[in-house]
Each structure stands twice: as structure tokens, then as C-alpha cells.
Design a protein. Structure first.
Length: 112
């Protein structure tokens, strides 16, 4: 059994995680596009618009905030780099678009 010190040394010597290899959207685990895809699935399974709003739109905002905090606005903008496909709800689609427009205007990057 390894001591705590040995475990820490082993962890520190391990290579970093290649986030691009783990995600089809690059260094991000979730994007507005992937969240919208999940919303579309949820709506097909008769989940409510409120559930889709909480998961999709609020999750996209959280993903953006986390990305900006980790690596700055360039990574944050990547959350919205690919336009989401329609979810099946005009309200949810408009919310994704409005969020991208708001954040891009506030933070100075170009929305898709």
C-alpha cells in the first residue's frame, strides 16, 4: 500500500489529461450545442420546458462561466462556437440564442 506522500508524488508525475481527446467539442465537456442536443432528447421524452431550461440553458451559462474562469474568454466563447441545432422548442432555441448574444456583447466575442 502506498503512503499519502507516495500517492501525491505519483499523481503529480502523471501526465495531464488530454481534454480534446475526451470531448468531440474540444477542450470542453459540454457546449451549448451538446446541451441543446440533450434538451431535444428530453423534450422527445416529454420532459417539461422548465426541465430543459434548467438543464440546457442554465447549464450552458455554467459551462461558459467555468470555461472563462479556467482559461479565459477564448475558451468561454468556444461554449457557443458551434450553433446549436433546433431543440423542438422555439422558446428554448431563442433562449440559447439570446444567451449567446448577451454574453458575446458583454464580453466582446462574436456569437455564431
Amino acid at each position: 500500500m502506498l503512503s499519502v506522500r507516495e500517492l501525491i508524488e505519483k499523481a503529480q508525475s502523471a501526465p495531464g489529461v488530454d481534454w480534446r481527446a475526451l470531448s468531440s467539442d474540444g477542450p470542453l465537456r459540454h457546449t451549448a450545442r451538446s446541451n441543446a442536443r440533450e434538451c431535444a432528447r428530453m423534450l422527445l421524452e416529454d420532459d417539461s420546458l422548465a426541465a430543459c431550461w434548467r438543464f440546457g440553458v442554465l447549464q450552458a451559462l455554467d459551462d461558459y462561466t467555468s470555461a472563462v474562469r479556467r482559461r479565459g474568454l477564448d475558451l468561454g466563447a468556444m461554449v457557443f462556437a458551434r450553433e446549436p441545432e433546433p431543440t423542438g422548442s422555439h422558446e428554448i432555441d431563442a433562449a440559447f440564442a439570446a444567451l449567446a448574444d448577451h454574453l458575446s456583447e458583454r464580453d466582446g466575442w462574436t456569437a455564431p
